[in-house]
Design a binder for this molecule. Sequence first.
Ligand code: AMP
Length: 224
Amino acid sequence: MNILIFGPNGSGKGTQGALLKNVYHLAHIESGGIFREHVGGGTELGKQAKAYMDRGDLVPDDLTIPMILATLKKQGTGGWLLDGFPRNTAQAEKLWDALKAANMKLDCVVEIDLPRSEAKARITGRRICARDNNHPNNINNPAIRPSGAVCRVCGGALSTRADDQDEAAIDKRHDIYYDETNGTLAAAHFFKKLADQGLTRFIRLSGLGDIEAVKTELITQLQS
Ligand code: AMP
């Protein structure tokens, strides 16, 4: 199963993505995570990407698109969950062309819908567990509020991501996401149109519920 997931920063996309990955045994291809690995490893790509990431800007397409297409090519026949890519119409078109050229099926596109103000509150409240960054902790979301200063799942130390506390960067990321003309929602609409032509499936669900409610809705829709 090959799945593409959309959702604004703060919508729980990472959490739902990790669940989908486990249920369907998918490789989780997360563009932001791949960039962070490059930055951490001090690679040439990481050095070039860092300044854009620190500002909350998109890394230019000529760096991002080849990186993701190369990662997809390496997947072979195993299923994947692509998360964080595409974020604009150019990336969406290139991805669709590459999938067609590789004869790779896109089984489903998932869009988690969340109002912008709610997404922002969730980002500033997000806390990252030192042991597993998929452990959900958020001081602004009662359903996953950490127990004191430690991770609610494993008791690991918690920290914030620098770009989660930078309001200008958050707004910039949301400007890109909620842009229906050329941004990430435009990319999502590109796939919605393909779904209307029967070329993939498109599932839109609300991210307002708690993790379990969103997960149940997602799995129900995927299996229907
Ligand atoms: P994220 O963890 O998804 O918020 O990604 C962190 C940062 O990586 C973003 O703010 C961008 O600078 C960069 N990035 C991730 N995915 C993409 C993409 N598809 N296109 C361009 N830049 C990206």
